[in-house]
Write a protein that binds this ligand. Structure first.
Ligand code: ADP
Length: 285
């Protein structure tokens, strides 16, 4: 047994104090400042002392009061924002700009309206220099994965909101990133479509040979509990991670789980932690 494996088996791999292997994603004491509106010199801290460790293949949701910095952290991880202090590491290496190993799905579908679903999926591959025939084959494959083969030739306005979001997910899956980050991807959809797509997302995530590492930003407690292995609840702004909650529910998860006692129990634990932050905010106003 290698020294590293030995250390992991002794420490459980994630013991807080023992020697550890690299996490897939590790944020340490991250700070982010934005200029105060209307001021050239003053700044506001959006993130302060933000710590988070996400293991390879883990599905972690980031939950917190509105404006606490969830999207800001996601953008830092995706290399779309800089930060002012601390470190953000992927596979032990500092994030330094956009990384092809990180696929981002936003709330807005950001599809090109003049391109078919198939061509929208191909765009990202084209940018990465994938030859035409390979692009076509790969796009067809991921459209099948998200259940949209029959809609491949439709334009975005001919698709429902749920279908458009599935195209956006297919586009990111097409180039096989090891990390998927989602910024409230289902927030604009009706409740039924949202629940359907949560199930679809888990089906897709579980079907991969190597499970992708997922960071899922949401403000819905139910969504976080249904999807996640763990939930990181953030403090109000300036945001940091206040609590990490294990979602000890069996996989494969189906809609029946949502009404189970275990689900309701985890849900209320998360709600209690979150409510403290939200209520503090309203008292302070
Ligand atoms: P959340 O996703 O938790 O709702 P965000 O990360 O979007 O929060 O934003 C956190 C805070 O940072 C908000 O108060 C927001 O107004 C502010 N903010 C976000 N982006 C910028 C920016 N580019 N310039 C200045 N302030 C920003």
């Amino acid at each position: 047994m290698s020294q590293q494996l030995l250390e992991e088996s002794v420490t459980g791999g994630s013991a807080p104090d023992g020697p550890r292997s690299h996490a897939k994603i590790e944020a340490k004491r991250v700070a982010k400042l934005y200029p105060k509106p209307g001021s050239k010199r003053e700044t506001t801290a959006v993130l302060d002392g933000f710590d988070l460790r996400i293991e390879s293949g883990e599905f972690l949701s980031l939950l917190g009061p509105s404006g606490c910095g969830k999207s800001t952290f996601l953008n830092i991880l995706a290399g779309l924002e800089t930060y002012n202090g601390g470190t953000v590491l992927i596979d032990g290496k500092r994030v330094d700009g956009v990384d092809k190993n990180v696929g981002v799905v936003f709330q807005g579908y950001a599809l090109f309206p003049w391109l078919t679903a198939q061509k929208n999926v191909e765009v990202g591959l084209k940018i990465r220099g994938v030859p035409r025939a390979d692009r076509r084959a790969r796009a067809a494959e991921v459209l099948e994965t998200v259940g949209l083969t029959a809609a491949a030739d439709r334009l975005p306005h001919q698709l429902s909101g749920g279908m458009r979001q599935r195209v956006a997910i297919a586009r990111v899956l097409a180039y096989e990133p090891e990390i998927l980050v989602f910024d409230e991807p289902f927030a604009a959809l009706d409740a039924q479509t949202r629940e359907f797509l949560q199930g679809e997302l888990l089906r897709i995530w579980e079907s991969g040979e190597n499970k992708k590492t997922v960071l899922f930003v949401t403000h819905s407690i139910d969504e976080a509990v249904f999807l996640s292995d763990r939930i990181a609840v953030m403090t109000r702004s300036p945001g940091s991670v206040k609590a990490l909650i294990d979602v000890d529910l069996p996989r494969h998860r189906t809609n029946e789980l949502r009404s189970s006692e275990d689900f309701v129990h985890v849900r209320s634990r998360v709600a209690r932690v979150l409510e403290e932050e939200v209520n503090y905010g309203s008292d302070a106003r």
